[in-house]
Structure formats: structure tokens, C-alpha cells
Design a protein around this ligand. Sequence first.
Ligand SMILES: [Zn+2]
Length: 207
Amino acid sequence: MDTKQCTLCGLDKPVDGFHWRIKSKEKRHSKCKDCFCAYMKDQRGKHVKRVRAYDNARTGTPKRLEQNRKCYANTIDVRREYERKRYPIRAEALKAQNRKRWAEESDMMRDRSRKYYASDPAKYAARAAASRAERLKRVPDWLTDEQRSEIRDFYVEAKQNGMHVDHIVPLRGKMVSGLHVPWNLQLLTPEENQRKNNSFLTENETN
Ligand SMILES: [Zn+2]
């Protein structure tokens, strides 16, 4: 293979170590790929404010939103299929992740919720009444039929065994909100559930 000398590092490298500049004319950049990459990073670092402003200006525009919407519609089947295949593999990991997150952040969320409850108990009561409706909004639209039926199974099993269905990460967290999805559900005994609810006033999400 032909070699070419990089104008920056001065090394002789095989030509495929240089990015194409104009492929149809078989012209390549004068900097090798390594130097080119380092150069681009350096440039971004130097002009990071301008680059960010440019990136931000491109997001959220009507044109962008339209593109995103189209992309979403075009890939929905692919993503559903992907989710369906991946779910059995990820379920345990996702459960563990939710538990870990809850363990780490629950103290802070609890404090916040206590203050919130004390400031306006009536408002809290109204919120609790809306929680069932809210739960429905926490069902992502990409959930497969299989996963929906898995959720139902949790409730059936709970009824049969006198257990409570609990959302590991609560659906209406002040900081983070969990989803009404199988990997955010666990069965708790009424006692366990009571303990969790007592310590987290606004997050009574069981039935
Ligand atoms: Zn180079």
C-alpha cells in the first residue's frame, strides 16, 4: 500500500491511515487520522462555548422536532423488537439498579417528602388520590404486550399470596420517578411495605 507523510507528526503512514477529503477524486487529508482526531478535539476545546451554542441552537427547533418525530415513528417497531429481546437479559440487572438507586437516594427523598407533607397535608391527600391515574401515565408506550401481562401477573400473585406490589423507585418521586414497568416492581409483605411507606410518606404506591 502507498504511504503518505503526515504534515503534523511527520510520520510516513499507509494511505488508509488518512481520512478521505474528497473520495470521488481520491484525495485524502494531509493530517493522519490520529493527528486529525487530536486536532478536532483541540479545536473543540478551544471553541467549546461557540460549539455548544451552535449545538444548542440546533436542538428544539421545529425542524429538529419534526425530524425526531419522524425518526421515532420510523424506528418504533425496531425499538420495540429490541426491547422485547433485551428485556429478559436485562430484567435482573435493571431490578438491581433500581434497588441500588433507591438505597442511595431514599434518605434525601424522604426528608424532602416529610417537609412537603408537613407544609400542606390536604394537598398531599389530593395527590394521593391522583396516584392511580398517575400510574397509568407512568406506563411507557413502548411496553410490549408480554411486559404488560407480566405486570398483571405481579398483581395476581400479590392477591393470591397476601403480598403488596411495590414500585422499587416510586412513581411520583420528587427527585426521580420510576416507571410502571415489570423491572421496577417487587412483591413485599404487608409489613415490609408498611415500613417503606412509613418512612416515605408521599410515596404510598401500593394496592
Ligand atoms: Zn500525524
